[in-house]
Design a protein around this ligand. Structure first.
Ligand code: SF4
Length: 198
C-alpha cells in the first residue's frame, strides 16, 4: 500500500505512535485509546504554508510562514513563522531575530509601499510601484548618459559609471544575486554593495 506522507505528517504520526506504544507496552490499553482521543489537533494543520527567506542577514535562512485566509488576495493573517527543516542552509533552525520574524512582518511601523520625498519637501509621501520604478529608471538613464566614462586617459575602454550606486539585498537566492550582479555590472556601476557586505 502506498501512503502519501509528508515529513511533517510523518513526524506527527510518529509522535502519536510513541505515546500509544508506550502506554500500550505498560498495559494501559484503555488509557492508550483515551490518550489518543485527547491529543490536541495539530494547530497549524489547517493553515497555508509558504516558503520564504529570512530578510535580516546574508545567511538567508529558509522559513515557513503559516497564514490563515486567502494569500493570493493579500487577505491572509500571519499566524506563525518557523525554520524550514528542508532548507539546506539552516535545516530548521533560526537565530533570535529570525525566530521573532512574525512581529517584524506585522509591525505597525513596517514600510509596505514605496515613498518619495519630492524636491523641497520635508516629508515622504506614498507613490505607486509603477511610478516609483519609472522615476528610478528615468533618473538612472539620464545620469548614465551624462556621466558614463567610456575610456580612461590611455584610451582603454573602461565603461565606468561612478555617479550612481546600487544597494542590493543580501538575503536572497543565489540565482537572484547572480542576476542582480550581472545587471549592475553590465551597466558599469562601480559602487555596488549590500547590507551584509559580502
Ligand atoms: S534567521 Fe538569523 S541567521 Fe538566519 S537569515 Fe535570519 S537573521 Fe540571519
Amino acid at each position: 500500500m502506498n501512503i502519501d506522507l509528508s515529513r511533517r505528517g510523518f513526524l506527527k504520526l510518529a509522535g502519536a505512535g510513541v505515546v500509544a506504544t508506550s502506554l500500550g507496552s505498560m498495559g494501559f490499553g484503555e488509557a492508550e485509546a483515551q490518550e489518543l482521543a485527547l491529543i490536541r489537533p495539530y494547530k497549524l494543520a489547517t493553515l497555508n504554508e509558504t516558503r520564504n527567506t529570512c530578510p535580516y542577514c546574508s545567511v538567508a535562512c529558509g522559513i515557513i510562514m503559516y497564514t490563515k485566509g486567502d494569500v493570493h488576495q493579500g487577505q491572509a493573517d500571519l499566524i506563525h513563522v518557523e525554520g524550514d527543516v528542508d532548507h539546506p542552509t539552516n535545516r530548521g533552525t533560526l537565530c533570535p531575530k529570525g525566530a521573532a520574524l512574525k512581529d517584524f512582518v506585522t509591525a505597525d511601523t513596517r514600510l509596505t509601499e514605496p515613498k518619495i520625498r519630492r524636491p523641497g519637501s520635508d516629508r515622504f509621501e506614498p507613490i505607486t510601484w509603477e511610478d516609483a520604478l519609472d522615476k528610478i529608471a528615468r533618473a538612472m538613464k539620464d545620469d548614465r548618459d551624462e556621466n558614463l566614462v567610456q575610456f580612461n586617459e590611455a584610451g582603454v575602454p573602461v565603461n565606468r559609471w561612478t555617479t550612481t550606486g546600487f544597494l542590493a539585498a543580501s538575503a536572497t537566492t543565489n540565482e537572484t544575486a547572480w542576476a542582480t550582479f550581472k545587471v549592475v555590472k553590465a551597466m558599469g556601476i562601480a559602487g555596488f554593495d549590500n547590507q551584509a557586505r559580502v
